[in-house]
Design a protein around this ligand. Structure first.
Ligand code: FAD
Length: 461
């Protein structure tokens, strides 16, 4: 009897325990359901949809190589899956387990109603595997990371299974029916330029091979936004075109510090999942309400923050490193990690705007927008998380820009400043060379710092 494989953020064939189990049990019907109901206000953002289109196209091709198909549907999974079982005569649905709160609720509901077999596989280890000496889940990253390194002793990567076809296929929407690509206007030109046609498992592994060649320098160079020194695996990992286990495994020949550091970054990704498993609302509510009263500058305190929020979103704050990052994000759907930290800190501390506004913007504009990683990192920056940078440690964007040598990066993303040399580009206003078409700073660094600190003193609980 046919077996349904229900795909979500696991759009690959290899190292996919649900495909492997289904293929052993019978002919396989792979299904992707575009569900804008179940996630509530967490439906996929625009940039993620663009990526998803290409990831699905690539998976369709990979399945085509096996002489098989991908069935596409729209609607709530809790309606569509029971219908598909009826239509196909299948009795079992196999899926990779996901941990976003809305997926956990839907998985529970479906398991009450039908035979849903959940498999692990999108993380290095299933969340909850490593625990503190007292048997509780970790809240703090460093001991979590150390335990993960001790617990992981290599992985057996599952090969692509051989798939057999059912006697008949259920109806499918076409990929274009899902309307995932922007049309009016088509804002995805910058994304096409940046990512090329490199989507899907094979392209991701090819990109990763290039990264491996420079990985020995990763420890230092990953902080330099002008260099191509990080893997750019985040959208491939988020949409599950590759598993982190595959990357860990592909790295096994490499023993440099850089290789270890890269693995520690993969562990950050697992850490974020462990956090949302413990605190499902972590992606949208401060864990620690350090901010009593009206901490944030928001409209009910008589501030008009909309214009400042928009200036941040559009990369017009007057801080070149922040603006370069925000424009890179808008154009490509991705931003360098160091710059994500600087831009996020600027919103929260220099502008005193609630981190949730920033999280929402990233959710819509990142091709790797991930409920757990986004929330965990925003809460880390804002000082409200389980394991946080302290609010009073205020990042200085101008000196960060100099320290991490962001000149070329700024010249690439802020063309108004393209003629400025390294000695002047980080702070054109102070150097008396701010071009007319580049905005003045929304607020000076010293003033912003003092405002943030006095606000903190006033409101800390
Ligand atoms: P590499 O340096 O090559 O790292 C390899 C992989 O490790 C990444 O692909 C990613 O899967 C994981 N990783 C690295 N750093 C982190 C981290 N701090 N937290 C979690 N995983 C990490 N990452 C997302 O995938 N989705 C998000 O929505 C997201 N939002 C963020 C928001 C803020 C405010 C900040 C500061 C960081 C955010 N990150 C997010 C983490 C990080 O910036 C990106 O994962 C990284 O920049 C992706 O580039 P890369 O693949 O070249 O990373």
């Amino acid at each position: 009897e046919p077996q349904i494989v229900w795909l979500r953020r696991d759009l690959r064939l290899c190292d996919h325990a649900a495909f492997t189990a289904a293929a052993q049990a019978g002919p396989v019907i792979p299904v992707y359901i575009l569900d804008d109901d179940t996630p509530g206000d967490r439906k996929l953002g625009g940039a993620s949809r663009w990526w998803l289109h290409h990831a699905l196209a690539s998976l369709e091709k990979d399945l085509g190589r096996h002489g098989t198909k991908l069935i596409l549907r729209r609607g709530s999974v809790c309606d569509v899956l029971p219908k598909l079982l009826e239509e196909t005569g299948a009795k079992t649905v196999h899926a990779i387990r996901h941990y976003e709160p809305w997926w956990r609720r839907a998985q529970g509901k479906l398991q009450d109603e039908l035979d849903l077999e959940l498999h692990d596989g999108n993380y290095l280890l299933p969340p909850g595997t490593v625990t503190t000496g007292g048997g509780t889940p970790y809240k703090i990253f460093t001991p979590f990371k150390d335990s993960m390194f001790s617990a992981i002793d290599g992985f057996d990567i599952l090969p692509e299974p051989s798939l057999s076809n059912p006697d008949s296929w259920p109806a499918s929407d076409s990929l274009d029916d899902l309307d995932l690509l922007p049309t009016k206007p088509d804002w995805a030109g910058g994304m096409r330029d940046f990512w090329g046609d490199q989507h899907g498992t094979a392209a991701a592994m090819e990109r990763f091979d290039k990264f491996l060649e420079v990985s020995k320098d990763y420890t230092d160079d990953r902080n330099l936004p002008s260099e191509d020194a990080t893997s750019c695996m985040s959208p491939h990992l988020h949409h599950g075109e590759v598993s982190p286990r595959m990357l860990w495994d592909a790295m096994s020949r490499y023993t440099s510090d850089g290789a270890r550091m890269f693995r520690a970054e993969l562990i950050w990704r697992d850490y974020a999942q462990n956090i949302i498993c413990q605190f499902p609302k972590y992606g949208e509510e401060s864990y620690r309400d350090l901010y009593t009263g009206n901490f944030w500058r928001n409209p009910n305190r008589g501030h008009v923050i909309e214009e400042e929020l928009e200036a941040w979103q559009m990369g017009r704050t007057g801080y070149p490193i922040v603006d370069a990052g925000m424009r890179q994000l808008w154009a490509t759907g991705w931003m360098h990690n160091r710059v994500r930290m600087i831009a996020a800190s600027f919103l929260v501390k220099h502008l005193l705007i609630d981190w949730k506004h920033g999280e929402n913007w990233f959710w819509d504009t990142l091709v790797d927008a991930d409920y757990a990683s986004n929330g965990t990192n925003w809460q880390w920056v804002s000082g409200s998380g389980v394991d946080s940078n302290m609010f009073v440690r205020i990042m200085a964007p101008l000196s960060q820009s100099e320290k991490f040598d962001a000149g070329d990066y700024i010249r690439e993303w802020v063309p108004e400043l393209a003629d400025l040399g390294d000695d002047r580009i980080h702070d054109p206003e102070a150097n008396g060379c701010r071009p007319d078409d580049y905005p003045a700073k929304l607020i000076g660094h010293k003033e912003a710092r003092e405002r943030a600190l006095s606000n903190y003193r006033e409101h800390k609980g």
